[in-house]
Design a protein around this ligand. Structure first.
Ligand SMILES: Cc1cc2nc3c(=O)[nH]c(=O)nc-3n(C[C@H](O)[C@H](O)[C@H](O)COP(=O)(O)OP(=O)(O)OC[C@H]3O[C@@H](n4cnc5c(N)ncnc54)[C@H](O)[C@@H]3O)c2cc1C
Length: 459
């Protein structure tokens, strides 16, 4: 009899695992059933802000593979609009509810992949009975926001609560749709994924495109009129709103897993080993936004919910279930985003992470240009490097600038991943031509500055 793989969650991690397992084991050997409670499989949540803004016209463009493709080409039995409500590890069964038919079914498994992702953090004030208040995690969330923006009376005033990268990207999307946008952030800076000095550059760019930023301010409640949002309540008075987007971050979606006895770690996400196996539970795997993993620089477990990791982790789980051998090597926190034309990249540790991890370090900020200064379109690029003291090992990097800024972080990520020192980085053979870089690339200029800082700190 064929073995049975059940996958919970039909997006990046779950379907990467299912597809990889199928590539290695045919249907006679392994039946695969994937449960997805939403309306879509394998979609790019990362593309939602660009669909909201109208840059991407149709949600279909964000779908890499639809359920029929999985059913046909991959012979994966995808059950859409089915929510798994319980996992019985003793009987090796899951219980799922058909959200449209109302029926409850039980399915047995030999192997189980838990890939239920993350859920937006919803503070107590975020009542779900008020129309026009949205969390943002799945394509269904994006569709609900699009519908609201297109319904009558047309919303004109948006408040985005929280200034993480999802909040910032959605604030930009709403500005591009012609709404007036206020971003309210409890901390003293938006974009907490970079240090305060770099976040200031991002905040300036946001203000420059018309986003009102209110930092150091918490939202404490919502006001409604006739069941529709009318304002968010803050200590400095109400801010009128016809639509509210919550960008307060996400938490791992682990309730179901915890109820079944899957272990969670210090971050609250599911613990897995390098092969994405859940410890001490043979045949149980987890991947994506619901798991924690190793930060290669701090050595600490971290929860970094990003699509790039979800896809890789799902692939690793699938290869292993298929009988191969693969491991997930951990993360260094590389991420990129943009505010209109301003690009932001980061990798490794911020200053506060380096302090928390107990490192001695220097940090430098170097300003140069993205192109040769005489080449049309040359603009400022700011590179920050954090290097361990006294050995000079790169611990973290951040870049804010115009074109060619964001993906430059990849060179720094490779250097950091491989444990390079800033001194070694000064000799890196990086590409140069006037349309793409000054003769001393901004990365090299920053590395030289870091070497100088290390030398002075040693005196
Ligand atoms: C607006 C936005 C922008 C983003 N931009 C980027 C970016 O630029 N770069 C980047 O790397 N990452 C980005 N991300 C993050 C990225 O989308 C996620 O890290 C990735 O989707 C995680 O994949 P996953 O499969 O682990 O979880 P998810 O994509 O959340 O998929 C989990 C699936 O499980 C389903 N599910 C949950 N519980 C159950 C259940 N009980 N039964 C059945 N189904 C269930 C859910 O409906 C969901 O479809 C962005 C996310 C958002 C929301």
């Amino acid at each position: 009899m064929a073995q049975r793989l059940i996958v919970i969650g039909g997006d990046a991690a779950g379907m990467a695992a299912a597809s990889q397992a199928r590539r290695r084991r045919d249907r006679a050997d392994l039946e695969i059933v994937a449960f997805e409670r939403g309306h879509y499989t394998s979609y790019s949540a990362c593309g939602i802000p660009y669909w909201i803004s109208g840059l991407v016209p149709e949600p279909d463009a964000l779908i890499a593979r639809d359920p029929d493709t999985f059913r046909g080409k991959f012979q994966i039995d995808v059950r859409m609009r089915h929510e798994v409500t319980a996992i019985d590890l003793d009987r090796r069964e899951v219980v799922a509810r058909d959200l449209e038919g109302g029926r409850e079914i039980r399915e047995r498994f030999d192997e189980l992949v838990y890939a239920a992702g993350a859920v937006p953090i919803k503070p107590p004030f975020a009542r779900t009975d008020v129309g026009g208040v949205f969390g943002m995690q799945t394509l269904d969330d994006g569709a609900a926001l699009r519908d609201w923006l297109e319904s009558e009376p047309k919303p004109r005033r948006a408040v985005v609560v929280g200034g993480g990268y999802i909040g910032v990207e959605l604030a930009e999307a709403l500005i591009l749709r012609g709404l007036s946008v206020t971003l309210v952030e409890q901390a003293d800076q938006p974009m907490a994924t970079v240090d305060g000095d770099m976040a200031e550059l991002v905040a300036d760019a946001m203000t420059g495109i018309g986003i009102h930023i209110r930092t150091g301010l918490g939202v404490t409640g919502l006001e409604e009129r006739d069941g529709r949002i009318s304002a968010v309540v803050t200590a400095e008075g109400p801010i009128p709103a016809d639509v509210v987007v919550l960008g307060l971050g996400v938490r791992p979606n682990t309730e179901l897993a915890k109820a079944a006895g899957l272990p969670t770690g210090p971050t609250g996400a599911i613990r897995v080993d390098r092969r994405m196996r859940v410890p001490d539970l043979p045949g149980v795997w987890a991947a994506g936004d619901c798991v924690e993993c190793l930060h290669r620089v701090s050595g600490m477990p971290v929860h970094v919910p990003l699509g790039t990791h979800a896809n890789k982790q799902g692939r690793v789980a699938g290869i292993n279930i298929g009988g191969g051998y693969a491991t997930f090597a951990g993360v260094i926190g590389t991420a990129v985003t943009k505010v209109c034309d301003l690009e932001v990249g980061r990798t490794g540790l911020r200053e506060k992470d380096a302090v928390a991890a107990g490192f001695e370090f220097v940090s430098v900020v170097a300003e140069s240009t993205n192109r040769a200064v005489y080449y049309p379109g040359a603009r400022t690029m700011t590179v920050k490097l954090i290097a361990e003291r006294p050995n000079g090992r790169l611990l973290g990097a951040q870049i804010v600038g115009w074109s060619e800024a964001a993906k430059r972080i990849d060179a720094l990520a490779v250097a950091l991943w491989n444990g390079m020192t800033v001194d070694e980085m000064t000799s890196l053979d990086l590409g140069y031509a006037p349309p793409y870089a000054p003769v001393w690339d901004p990365v090299l200029i920053a590395a030289r500055k870091a070497v100088d800082a290390l030398t002075s700190s040693a005196r």
